[in-house]
Design a protein around this ligand. Structure first.
Ligand code: G4P
Length: 531
């Protein structure tokens, strides 16, 4: 057993996902408050003076009020070393969320109790379920009028296809919010509003078996309703099963109010007990164990210009095994190079701290002179293996990009290529026409705005985007066996290639995909590319 096994085993690395405004930032602030990382909730997001969170780097985010990129926060609580990965709260960035989830061992899903699963976030949440990692649900804003509790759970089950198991149960909501019933302890924890949650409220524990006392404290009507609901709940809800939680089939659900600081610490404690230590990961040589194996990591995100003052590019790596030391030599497998990682740092939004060491479960950011790609593996110099790639999502919107000032060709190509390397967009060329015609594919249309904004602001290049009608893209799985010139498609089909020269097909209609397969015997098409 490695001498630093304890360091690894006390790590908990999770992503936090929510619809914008559900309360992700507020909940994170409260976590940090309990961990002593900040003294007063609200320091992370100086709401009174600024509308943006620490995690919002780009101007465009501030303008639109959405979190485009993700950041990482680390703090200590109860002997655990916790890494929180923030994710963008808009479905147009669900691919970014998916990549971040690849770096996490579990996810916390924050839902606004008065909104339920919101249309815009359905895709994000589904992406979370797709990863098959444990998902913990925090239903927030119980101090406001909420939807019916059973309906909320039903919605999560139906919309996301995951079973729910309430760990606690709310008593009323809004002005009538009395607290929660803790199903394990069989007690009611009473709610007391605190001054915007800057300090903990006083909570009284009342055993539900003592009906007289319960009625006295929460009122007769609320007590009767609660007892009825408990009966219903015991009959209707899924049994708590840690195995099912760990395999991502069952989500433990907690109710609370992040703003008033109710149910947050309780949630954090339960969560830390139920979630896992850093998980082993699959590589091409087999499973890599976080404790037994030497240092290894993979790149899950590349971010340029996180801060206007530093015009640089940072590659975010999740350490999967062993201990990292800043002075040591490592191998970048895809580049087949032994190197020292440049300026390894822990990044807390705008703040950066140079690291001396880090362990499996941690996320480090390193300065990237343009050598890393998403999905790349880093390991010890004498070893060589690759972690499974991160799938790229099929873009659903396409546009032709035209430069307004053709004299700036070089900056344009550089800008668009770098932005594509970061995985924000995918770029294609019409087959055999060279770099003249560039087609951009994105998963969500907001990414077009990000591209335009970034090219103008970072590369000083103005572009015009001409939307194209294609909606379906297919990679050719058996490209070596197919002669692209002889491929017979439908009239709405377009042949393109990606940056690596892989041939692809674009279609306007979904039925054309089947038709093309029928017309070309042996052709194998795939909806996913791999980084
Ligand atoms: P996000 O990161 O998921 O986008 O949400 P964020 O935490 O920024 O919260 C969005 C709004 O919801 C904020 O209000 C926040 O204060 C409020 N909020 C968060 N949790 C709760 C809760 O448990 N109860 C209630 N009632 N509100 C909550 P805002 O008006 O945008 O900001 P502020 O001016 O109130 O600070």
């Amino acid at each position: 057993m490695a001498v630093y096994a304890d360091e690894i085993n006390r790590r908990r690395t999770f992503a936090i996902i929510s619809h914008p405004d559900a309360g992700k930032t507020t909940l994170t602030e409260k976590f940090l408050l309990y961990g002593g990382a900040i003294n007063l909730a609200g320091s992370v997001k100086g709401k009174a003076t600024a509308r943006h969170a620490v995690s919002d780097w780009m101007e465009i985010e501030k303008e639109r009020g959405i979190s485009v990129t993700s950041s990482v926060l680390q703090f200590e609580y109860g002997g655990f070393c916790i890494n929180i990965l923030d994710t963008p709260g808009h479905q147009d960035f669900s691919e970014d969320t998916y990549r971040t989830l690849m770096a996490a061992d579990s996810a916390v899903m924050v839902i606004d109790a008065s909104k339920g699963v919101e249309a815009q976030t359905r895709k994000l949440f589904k992406v979370c379920v797709m990863r098959k990692i444990p998902i913990f649900t925090f239903i927030n804003k119980m101090d406001r009028d909420a939807n019916d509790t059973f309906e909320l759970l039903d919605e999560i089950e139906k919309e996301l296809g995951i079973a729910t198991c309430p760990v606690n149960w709310p008593i009323g909501s809004g002005k009538g919010f009395k607290g929660v019933y803790d199903r394990n302890k069989n007690v009611v924890l009473t709610f007391s509003d605190t001054e915007k949650g800057t300090k903990e409220g006083e909570t009284t524990e009342v055993p539900v078996d003592d009906k007289g006392k319960l009625a006295e404290i929460i009122g007769t009507d609320a007590a009767d309703k609660l007892l009825d609901e408990i009966e219903l709940l015991d009959g209707a809800s899924a049994e708590f099963d840690l195995e099912a939680v760990r395999s991502g089939d069952l989500t433990p659900v907690f109710f609370g109010s992040a703003l008033t600081n109710f149910g947050v610490e309780d949630f954090l404690k339960h969560f830390l007990e139920m979630t896992t230590t850093p998980l082993p990961r699959k590589a091409d040589i087999g499973v890599i164990d976080p404790v037994e194996n030497n240092f290894s990591a993979f790149v899950f995100k590349i971010q340029a210009n996180m801060n206007k003052a530093h015009r640089d590019r940072i590659a975010f790596m999740r350490i999967c095994s062993g201990k990292f030391e800043a002075s040591m030599e490592v191998k970048h497998v895809q580049g087949d190079k032994v190197m020292r990682l440049s300026q390894p740092q822990q990044i807390m939004a705008d703040e950066r701290k140079i690291l001396d060491e880090a362990y499996a479960g941690d996320i480090i950011g390193v300065f990237d002179p343009g050598i890393f790609s998403i999905g790349d593996t880093i390991c010890m110099p004498k070893e060589k293996f690759c972690y499974e790639g991160i799938p790229t999502f099929a873009p659903e919107h396409f546009a032709r990009v035209r430069q307004i000032d053709t004299m700036k060709r070089k900056q344009f190509v550089k800008g668009i290529t770098q932005i594509a390397q970061e995985g924000a967009i995918q770029i294609f060329q019409e087959l055999s026409t060279g770099m003249e015609e560039i087609i951009v594919g994105v998963v969500g249309v907001l990414q077009f705005d990000v591209l335009k904004y970034r090219l103008e602001n970072e590369y000083n290049v103005e572009i015009r985007l001409e939307p194209l009608p294609y909606e379906h893209i297919r990679w050719i799985e058996n490209k070596d066996e197919i002669n692209m010139d002889k491929l017979v498609g439908t009239s709405d089909m377009k042949k393109i290639q990606d940056l690596k020269g892989n041939p692809l097909l674009l279609f306007i209609n979904s039925w054309s995909v089947g038709m093309t397969l029928d017309r070309n015997k042996g052709l194998v098409l795939s909806e996913f590319g791999r980084n």
